[in-house]
Write a protein of this length. Structure first.
Length: 587
């Protein structure tokens, strides 16, 4: 397949702000893609070479990419640096550099998708000493035969700066349309995605053996399952009512969610975003080996702990584990324990269709049988009265938890869905103010005074899952320490764009815009009607959206959340309604 087909499509996609048009371009690209490489094309659309859970990154340093460009064009590094300075993007620089070359003699052979993909894959898999030099050679050999427009995208892939803004859901829409002519089949694809987390593999199945084989896709070890999520409840009475007056209450620990996959001595750990994070917790991976079943998929919350007092420590402590180097020391200085709360698969058996009570029994047996103090069960009790919940809540809070999870005893595990079979009951919900919200940074205003050279306020959006768009709900400028401001600034640099992103909707004017990527946690005093913010526009009153009043950053950057995991517009609407009920005394 000619790589120019991808280039043409991506160029068109970059120039549109319409989501429908984005899907159309994708559909036409997918229809023209041969089945044997459709998985690769899907990964390229997502700017990757494989699904996230494989934990493989291209990992070429910027300095090396500049050298590769210099080599391919036969010019000195400072010339490339100058072009890069002017264009501000290495992809654009690669295009300019390629134009400098004598093109006519170079493009006898057409660049193919197969060649681009296999070289990118090699770059990603080249590791260890001398790997940067080897990667450099691979990039420059690819650039040698690429046209200027192709060079631009090759460089964007290599640097991880392809910014098409395509969410998984849009890719599924496009797949359903391209291969079944019916968008409603997206649901089948979504179910398959929930148990495999691999859109490339699903696309391949769909295009080769059809929709029926996608339907029969099974849980596979080391392919993470998309997590079941919880809805909110405000008070214990409400939670109990929704559960049919009998439920399990579990501590809601303030750590990181981990999905454990084990096959005998092989153990991998996946984050809530389903990225492989085994390297952050080698001590946990080792401890898991003491579990006495061959094959298992389990879920747990990993929490930092004070080993002297056995107290849980706040979520932020786990940040010390998010590093590539020096992990050995971090393991010693920041000990953790695993607190298991679910079992999804044991020795060839899918357990997700069993009831909660049944799964908990299996889990208790396995974890107790491991006799390993790092592996624990999430504290749990069965409740039938709201006073029991309140009492258990008090003990959870005293023990450093965020609150409770209330779980329906008869419920199955519903992968990838936010279901009312799980309710989260947090301490703050008890006041009339809104709960913390997880919002996506979409733009910023430059700072003044002490914040010159940094951002003064960030524009935040909630997720509108129905249309796959982030709609603005507030600007936030408080709650930032100097250190957090610096960290955010450096992170946001990687996502800077010159115009409002196609998936961002707002009535606000900003100094700069970002790809919607980074999620932060916000606490606010109230939700109000707003003529300029577009979140939930027209849902409460015509011409008005919902905005947060006195928003404040809590200090938590939610690295564990994808932008699509941010607070949904519907949650915002229900929080608003709840708040109004409280104000009017339930009338
Ligand atoms: P939040 O923003 O409240 O942390 P979330 O949006 O990350 O939640 P939810 O499904 O809304 O995800 O809340 C459940 C989260 O709480 C899980 O993802 C998990 O990380 C954490 N958690 C802590 N203890 C438990 C438990 N006992 N059972 C399930 N999840 C738990």
């Amino acid at each position: 397949m000619n790589f120019s087909l991808i280039v043409d499509t991506f160029e068109q996609m970059e120039q549109t702000s319409s989501r429908l048009a984005l899907t159309d371009y994708l559909v036409s690209l997918l229809k023209r893609t041969p089945s044997d490489i459709i998985d690769k094309v899907i990964y390229l659309i997502q700017g990757k070479v494989c699904p996230d859970f494989e934990g493989i990154e291209l990992g070429l340093a910027e300095k090396m990419a500049i050298r590769a460009l210099a080599q391919s064009a036969g010019v000195d590094v400072p010339i490339i640096e100058e072009i890069y300075r002017k264009t501000g993007d290495l992809g654009d620089a690669a295009k300019e550099v390629a134009k400098l070359k004598n093109q006519t003699t170079l493009f006898d052979d057409k660049m193919t998708v197969e060649r681009v993909y296999s070289t990118l894959d090699k770059i990603a898999r080249t590791l260890g000493p001398g790997s940067q030099e080897a990667k450099l050679r691979l990039v420059s050999s690819l650039l040698n035969n690429a046209t200027p427009r192709e060079s631009r995208y090759i460089m964007k892939f290599v640097m991880g700066t392809l910014r098409l803004g395509i969410a998984d859901y849009s890719v599924m829409d496009a797949l359903a349309l391209a291969f079944t002519e019916d968008k409603s089949n997206r649901n089948t694809l979504e179910n398959a995605y929930n148990v495999s987390s691999d859109l490339g593999a699903i696309a391949k199945l769909l295009s080769t053996t059809g929709l029926e084989s996608v339907k029969s896709l099974q849980i596979t070890l080391f392919k993470p399952i998309r997590p079941m999520l919880a809805e909110r409840a405000s008070i214990s009475e409400e939670a109990l009512g929704k559960m049919g007056r009998k439920a399990a209450a579990e501590y809601k620990l303030d750590g990181e969610r981990i999905q454990v996959h084990k096959n005998k001595e092989k153990v991998e750990l996946f984050s809530r975003r389903l990225e492989k994070i085994t390297d952050h917790y080698p001590d946990v991976a080792e401890a898991i080996k003491s579990i006495r079943v061959d094959e298992a998929i389990l879920e747990a919350e990993v929490v930092a702990i004070n080993t002297n007092t056995d107290e849980f420590l706040p979520f932020q402590e786990l940040m010390h584990r998010r590093r590539k180097y020096g992990i050995k020391l971090a393991v010693e200085n920041y000990p953790v324990v695993m607190n298991f709360f679910d079992v999804l698969y044991i020795d060839g058996d899918n357990k997700t269709s069993l009831t909660y009570i049944h799964r908990r029994k299996i889990l208790e047996k396995i974890i107790k049988g491991s006799h390993n103090e790092k592996l624990r069960l999430v504290p749990q009790t069965i409740v039938e009265k709201s006073e029991q919940i309140d009492k258990f809540m008090a003990s959870a809070i005293e023990n450093g938890c965020e609150g409770l999870m209330i779980k329906q005893l008869t419920s199955t595990y519903r992968a990838g869905s936010r279901a009312s079979a799980w309710l989260k009951l947090k301490r703050e919900y008890r006041s009339d103010i809104a709960d913390t919200l997880d919002l996506v940074i979409t733009g910023a205003l430059y700072g003044r005074g002490r914040r010159v050279g940094r951002y003064g306020a960030l524009l935040l959006g909630a997720y509108d899952s129905k249309s796959d768009i982030f709609r603005s709900t507030c600007k936030v400028g408080t709650g930032f320490t100097d250190q957090l401001l610096e960290e955010l600034y450096n992170n946001l640099e990687n996502h800077l764009i010159t115009h409002r992103h196609a998936r961002v909707d707002t009535g606000m004017e900003m100094d700069v815009w970002f790809e919607p990527k980074i999620v932060i946690e916000i606490i606010a005093s109230e939700i109000t009607l707003s003529p300029s913010h577009t979140a939930a526009m027209n849902s409460i009153r015509l011409g008005y959206g919902l905005a947060l009043r006195f928003p404040k950053f809590t200090g938590k950057i939610r690295y564990d959340k994808k932008p699509e995991d941010a607070t949904d517009i519907e949650e915002l609407v229900s929080l608003y309604k709840k708040q109004m009920r409280t104000i009017t005394g339930g009338r």
